[in-house]
Design a protein around this ligand. Structure first.
Ligand code: ZN
Length: 202
C-alpha cells in the first residue's frame, strides 16, 4: 500500500514551509485529519492497519482513542477488527473515560491515534485505561512521525518517544521530516515566510 501516496492525494501531506508545534520549521507537514475526510479512504487505511494487528497474533477486545484526533481512526480500526470502540477525553487537563464508557478487568485494549508523534496523548490514554483494570496490549496509529519505533520499521526510536518499549506500535508508515530551528532553517534563509499549518491557508 502506497501510504504516502494516499496522504498526498488526500492533501494530508503538505509541502511548503511550516512551523511545527515544536516551534521547529519543516518543508513538510502532515494534516492528518484530511486523510479521514473521505470515509472510503479511512476504511481502506484502517483495514490495512487491522490486518497488521491480526497478523501479529495480538488479541484485542476494544480500541480506545484519545479525543479528539484519534476518534475517527479508532472507530474505523474497531470496525475493521470487529471490536468495540471507546475514547478518552481531556477534562480540566487530565484524560478521563466518560459518557458511560467502561472497561472491565483484564479487557485487552489497543490505544489508537490518527498520528503518533511523541505518543504523549496515547500514553495518557493508556495510563487511565490501565488504572481502570484493563490491559493495554499495543498502540496503533495510521501514521508514525518517526519518533517512536513501529513494528516492521528499522527507524530507531528517538529520545522524545513516550511510548513503552515493551508494547508494540502498529502504524502504516513512517513520516520522518527534516526539521530545523528557525535560526538554522534554510527556507527562512532563502527569504520565505513559514506558516502555521491549520491556519486558513495551510
Ligand atoms: Zn523556516
Amino acid at each position: 500500500m502506497d501510504v504516502e501516496g494516499i496522504y498526498k492525494e488526500a492533501e494530508a501531506l503538505l509541502e511548503g514551509h511550516f512551523i511545527l508545534s515544536s516551534g521547529n520549521h519543516s518543508n513538510r507537514y502532515l494534516q492528518s485529519a484530511k486523510v479521514l475526510e473521505d470515509p472510503k479512504r479511512a476504511t481502506l487505511l484502517a483495514q490495512a492497519l487491522a490486518e497488521m494487528i491480526r497478523k501479529s497474533g495480538i488479541k484485542v477486545d476494544t480500541v480506545c482513542a484519545p479525543a479528539l484526533g484519534g476518534i475517527l481512526a479508532g472507530y474505523e480500526l474497531a470496525r475493521a477488527l470487529g471490536v468495540r470502540s471507546i475514547f478518552v477525553e481531556r477534562k480540566e487537563g487530565s484524560m478521563e473515560l466518560r459518557r458511560g464508557f467502561e472497561v472491565s478487568k483484564g479487557e485487552k485494549v489497543i490505544i489508537c491515534e490518527d498520528i503518533i508523534t511523541t505518543g504523549g496523548s496515547a500514553m495518557e490514554a493508556s495510563t487511565i485505561i490501565e488504572s481502570l483494570g484493563a490491559d493495554v496490549v499495543a498502540f496503533a496509529s495510521l501514521a508514525n512521525r518517526g519518533f517512536c519505533q513501529r513494528e516492521g520499521s528499522d527507524i530507531s526510536p528517538k529520545k522524545e518517544c513516550k511510548l513503552p518499549t515493551n508494547k508494540p506500535l502498529f502504524a502504516l508508515d513512517d513520516f520522518t521530516f527534516e526539521m530545523f530551528t528557525p535560526e538554522e532553517c534554510p527556507l527562512c534563509k532563502e527569504g520565505s515566510q513559514a506558516i502555521k499549518p491549520g491556519s486558513r491557508n495551510a
